[in-house]
Design a protein around this ligand. Structure first.
Ligand SMILES: NC(=O)c1ccc[n+]([C@@H]2O[C@H](COP(=O)([O-])OP(=O)(O)OC[C@H]3O[C@@H](n4cnc5c(N)ncnc54)[C@H](OP(=O)(O)O)[C@@H]3O)[C@@H](O)[C@H]2O)c1
Length: 278
């Protein structure tokens, strides 16, 4: 199988390259990023796809700076929306399966208990709106697709909450104040990459999937778990989001419920592996 990974230098992209690259018997992979294939450029997409003829295209490229999206909504819509439409159409034209990554932020964050795959979307910030444009294009413009929503990613190749917490504790910025009114499922990007591979190999029905490590927590609860797993003794205090005003509003409930595919493992196990691998 010829697999093309877009956004290969990003956090998830790196792990996808590693996970698919380790299975040389089944996959011939190529990876691109902004410098080799700008996904907003239809000429580059046509040239690359026509020459390389990928059978599976995984789009891990995105504009992911959630707060910056508020002031750069046009750019967010271009990368997370319009570019996805170009990719979806091209995949359809060449008969490739399109795997596109989306987010918990397409929901409004008000539903107690969390969101199933077919729950109504209603984003509350510019990033979420731009990702929803991308989702709409995938659904409308191609037929062979997996739309994988995930949440609260951390991994070896990107700035993330786990590293930030440990960095702040090591810098002696105590007591640490962490928000306790946003709930979601922290997800190890390496686990997500493996689950995406499993999805492709399962021949599952095309459609929307919710992939996140299991059991939701608040950021405050997750911070406490991080310090316990890393054997760091530090005082952590719960605070409300109001104490941390940011340009983009965040949903209170980000919990993604997976009703369609085997669940991912517990986030606490994934966290220990991540810390062990560092
Ligand atoms: N991080 C999270 O917590 C989270 C949560 C839910 C869903 N997601 C979704 O998961 C996916 C992967 O996220 P991630 O955290 O791995 O993102 P990331 O680390 O920010 O990686 C995104 C990659 O896309 C590249 N890119 C940006 N614009 C591009 C363009 N025009 N053409 C080609 N490549 C471009 C970026 O390059 P530059 O760095 O050079 O701009 C970067 O390498 C995204 O779809 C994201 O929306 C992420």
């Amino acid at each position: 199988m010829k697999v093309l990974i877009l956004g290969a230098n990003g956090m998830l992209g790196h792990d996808l390259m590693e996970v698919f690259g380790a299975d040389k018997a089944n996959y011939q992979i190529s990876g691109t990023d902004k410098d080799t294939l700008d996904i907003t450029n239809s000429t580059q997409i046509d040239a690359y796809f026509d020459e390389n003829k990928p059978e599976i295209v995984i789009n891990a490229a995105a504009y992911t700076a959630v707060d910056d999206c508020e002031k750069n909504e046009d750019l967010a819509n271009l990368i997370n929306g319009e570019a996805v439409r170009l990719l979806a159409r091209k995949c359809k034209q060449i008969g490739a399966t399109f795997v596109h990554i989306s987010t918990d932020y397409v929901f409004d964050g008000e539903k107690a208990g969390g969101y199933k795959e077919d729950d109504e979307v209603d984003p509350m910030n510019a990033y979420g709106r731009s990702k929803l444009l991308g989702e709409d294009s995938v659904r409308k413009d191609c037929d062979k697709y997996y739309l994988v929503r995930t949440s609260w990613l951390y991994g070896k190749h990107g700035k993330n909450f786990v590293d930030t917490m440990i960095g702040l504790a090591n810098a002696g910025k105590v007591p640490l104040r962490v928000v306790n009114d946003q709930r979601g499922k922290p997800t190890y990007s390496k686990d997500l990459a493996k689950h995406i591979k499993l999805l492709i190999e399962s021949n599952a029905e095309f459609g929307i999937y919710h992939f996140a490590n299991e059991n939701d927590v608040t950021w405050y609860e997750f911070a406490k778990e991080i310090f316990s797993a890393a054997n760091i003794n530090v005082e952590v205090l719960p605070v409300t989001s109001e104490k941390f005003p940011r340009p983009a509003k965040r949903p209170h409930v980000s919990t993604l419920i997976n009703t369609k595919f085997p669940l991912m493992r517990a986030h606490i196990e994934a966290l220990k592996d991540y810390l062990g691998a560092k």
